[in-house]
Design a protein around this ligand. Structure first.
Ligand code: ZN
Ligand code: ZN
Length: 150
């Protein structure tokens, strides 16, 4: 089994144990989320799958994503006014975001537990999570000369 097949199997198991019905659409959306590395928007997913599911709308995709989010399979990433992007949850990782095209690429780095501890100490908060984004220009955008976006 490949890594993405394993992720898909785990995800389907999670749906089963939480009592969420696995429809062909949900299956396809999950599969797409796991295979695409671009952290798609609901619109991206709709465009990729609408040939296969002519009755599907962007709203259906979004509703299914919300179901996945509620059972903890996907994270919804909000960046200002842009459309939410969806990330299949594969453990902690960080994001490199392109200022040119908005592409998000995962990278792994040892957890920032020291930062959490420090933040907790100086503020008295109990830490629940953290998020780190690094911004830059992706190789594709560099290649087409879109380096001076901001
Ligand atoms: Zn880019
Ligand atoms: Zn990610």
């Amino acid at each position: 089994m490949t890594m993405s097949e394993l992720h898909l199997k785990d995800a389907l198991d999670t749906l089963k144990t939480t009592g969420v019905r696995i429809t062909p659409q949900r299956h396809a959306i999950l599969e797409y989320l796991i295979q695409s590395m671009i952290h798609p928007t609901a619109d991206d997913i709709y465009k990729a799958l609408c040939d296969k599911f002519p009755n599907m709308s962007v709203a259906t995709v979004y509703n299914n994503l919300r179901v996945f989010r509620e059972v903890g399979l996907v994270k919804e990433l909000n960046y200002g006014d842009a459309a939410s992007r969806f990330d299949f949850v594969t453990g902690d990782h960080y994001h490199m975001i392109c200022d040119g095209c908005g592409k998000i690429v995962d990278f792994h780095y040892p957890g920032l537990n020291e930062v959490e501890q420090f933040a907790s100490q100086v503020t008295g908060f109990q830490v629940n999570s953290h998020r780190l984004e690094v911004y830059g220009t992706c190789p594709d955008c560099i290649a087409v000369g879109a380096t001076k976006v901001q």
